[in-house]
Every structure is written in structure tokens, then in C-alpha cells.
Design a protein around this ligand. Sequence first.
Ligand code: UGA
Length: 417
Amino acid sequence: MKISIIGSGYVGLTTGICLAELGHEIIFMDNNKEKIEVLKKLEIPIYEPGLKELLIKNKDRIKFVFDIKEAVSDVIFLCLPTPPNNNGEADINSIIQVSIELAKIIKNKKTIVVKSTVPVGTCEKIKQIFGNRANVVSNPEFLREGYAVYDFMNPDRIVIGVGNDEAKRIMKNVYEKLKEKIIFMDIKSAEMTKYAANAFLALKISFINEIANLCEKTGANIKNVKVGIGSDNRIGMSFLNAGIGWGGSCFPKDTLALIKIGEKNGVEMKIVKAAIDVNIKQREMFSKKILNYYKDKAKIAILGLAFKPNTDDMRDAPSIDIINFLLSRNFEIKAYDPKALKNAKQIFGEKIYYASDIYDALKDSDGLVLLTEWDEFKNIDWNIARKIMNKKIIFDGRNFLKPPKDFEYYGIGLPKE
Ligand code: UGA
């Protein structure tokens, strides 16, 4: 099939390139000309493992355009950003504008697939713009950054909200090769599913963090408790890693948007509010743990800045609040991240030192603070670390490291050694 992708960000690119891998012909459109030029050279403007290789492999089936008039095909995916407005609500302006523009130029009936995360009822608004000239479908995405290609090709489920059988048939063709995973439902339920899924995962993390804080006070070990509860099939092991909490472009924005949807509809989302509250406090608590230890300023090596491993994404990363807190207490920061240094420079500017590798960060430091659990940090050579650090102290915000016994080690929710 010929499929257009409007919006070539992280979601659009992954969706389109993976759909090309499934055999479809893809036209990408973006209103950022620079981005389109980069993509035409088969360069990917974001760091997402495997995506570039897949783009090169399928390049003959992929086209990049800047003009929306050239981006019209029978199935059009809208992968546009829905950032929070000042109020915390999802701003659907760019989706609405693009729909108005498309409605002016399409000649025969199209299928408009909304991939962006949008408040319940948005597809209905888009439908009004197109009238009978389009089927509007909700197809929320559940890809994780860093594993986007894998997640697309191996989905737990593909949720598709449709309003009629014609749209159902077309979407079956789009996802022909993954069709066993499709769950069809009504459009509003599909829109709601996206928010409910992200909020549930976020609150699972906040819940385990709250239990971890209690473990730390009582002498229990959160790692054992995780196995103890996660082995119950009804609970499951995933998203039960205690630490400094969640960040990124999705959980923070979607939990807030869900609260706003609740407010608009007279339903207070108490659990989601509590999850956000716990998440913010988790960053504070970890920062204060470091401050209380040193009492006064110290020189700290920060390992990991991205909101999670395998991405260069710094959006709402816990590292931002933690580093800003330490800077405000006159700590000196030497930071290293395998991929996020460039983005970090936009945030911290000259305020911190950007290390070229792990050991450059550790050299002469009074302690190591781990904020992102990159695989690379598993292989720290403790013999070298021992020699180059001023003090052998570790604060592990992800309970990830296994240093030798002569290092003082503080994790989250772990008993005192
Ligand atoms: C999340 C969802 O997992 C995806 O299903 C969804 O498609 C995506 O949002 C989205 O809405 O676009 P993502 O933000 O890429 O994906 O990241 P996750 O892997 O879910 O991690 C989110 C945060 O939770 C990270 O900061 C991570 O460090 C933290 N986390 C995760 C924990 O603190 N503990 C855990 O056990 C798991």
C-alpha cells in the first residue's frame, strides 16, 4: 500500500520506516525543511537503535517531501506532536491545522490514522473537518524509545479504534503481517487506552518507589520485594525497578493530560496525581540524600543523563532536577553519558563539566552518582576507579552497580550494609 506519514519525529519515523519494512511504500512529510534534507541523505536526526539500518535497507520504498500536497495517499498517518499547553492539557493545534490543510487538498476518500497521543474526542473533531471524505482511525502507539523498532515489529498489541467496517478492512491491510496482534475497538476507547496504559505504568513505578522508601527505613530490601510481588502473574515483574523515577517525553506529559481530561469531565484522577507527586519527591529525596552525606559542596561524577538508557532524550530527565539541586548547593559536577551529552549541553550550558568517558568523570571526584543505567556502566573497572577517585562513595539512583566491598554504596530501598 501507499502510506503517508505527516510528522517525521520519533513516532512518525519509526512507524513509517517499520511500515516500509513490512512492504509498504512510504511518503514522509515534515514542515521542518532542514529535517527533510537530513533524512533525504539517509541520516536519522534522533538516536534510535536499528532505525537507520532499516531506513537504508528500505530506501527504495521511502520518499521524503516538504510540501504536504506531495504527501497525499489513500492512508495518511498523523504523527504530529501534542505537547502540553500552559495548563497541562495536550495541545492538538498542529493536528487540527494539518487536518484543515489536508481537507482542502484531498480529492477522493482517505483514511486518516491518528497516531499522536490525543485527548478522548479528538478523532471526532478531526472527523468533523473531513466530513464524509475520510475515515478517521485512532491507532495509539506503545513504542518505547530505545526499543522502538523491536516494539513495532514485536508488539504485545496493536490497538485500533474504528468507526466502520471499511476502515477496519483498510487497517487490516496496513498491519497485514502483524494482524494477530490487532485489537479493534471504538475510537474513544482507543484514545483512552493510550493514556490509561502510560498512567498505569507510571503509577506502577511510583508505587514501587514508595515501597522502596519504606524498605529503606525498615531494613527490607526492595530488590527482594520486587521478586516477591512481581512473581505473582497478576502483578508481573516489569516496571517494578525502584530508583529516581520516571521522566521522558511521555509519562510526564500524558499523566498530566489525563488529570486535565478528568477535570474537564468532573472526575478527579486521584491515583494519577499521587503518582506524579511521588515521582517528583523521589528526585528530591535522592538529591537530599547526597547533600546530607556531604553536608557541604563536593565534586561529583554523574554517570548517565538521559531519562533512560539507549536514548539521547533528556526531556524531563530526573538528572535535570538532581543536577540543578546539587548545583544550587555549590556542588561541582562532572557528567558523562554515552549519547545525551549534546542535548545536556543545551540544558546546563557551562554550568557543568562534560566528561569524555567514565574515567574522565570519575577522576578526582568525591563520589559517583549513577542516574541512568546504561549497559556500559556495568563494566566500570573498579581498580581504575579506586585509584582515580578522591573518595570511594557511590550513590546509585537505579540500583544498578555492583561495586567491590571497599566502596561505600547507597542505592534506593536497600538495607544498610
Ligand atoms: C513509554 C511507554 O513505555 C511506551 O509504551 C509509550 O509508547 C511511550 O511512553 C509513549 O507514550 O510514547 P518511554 O517513555 O520510551 O515509553 O520509556 P519507558 O521505557 O516506559 O520508561 C519511562 C521512564 O520510567 C524512564 O524514565 C525509566 O527510567 C522509568 N522506569 C521504567 C523506572 O523508573 N522503573 C522501571 O521499572 C521502568
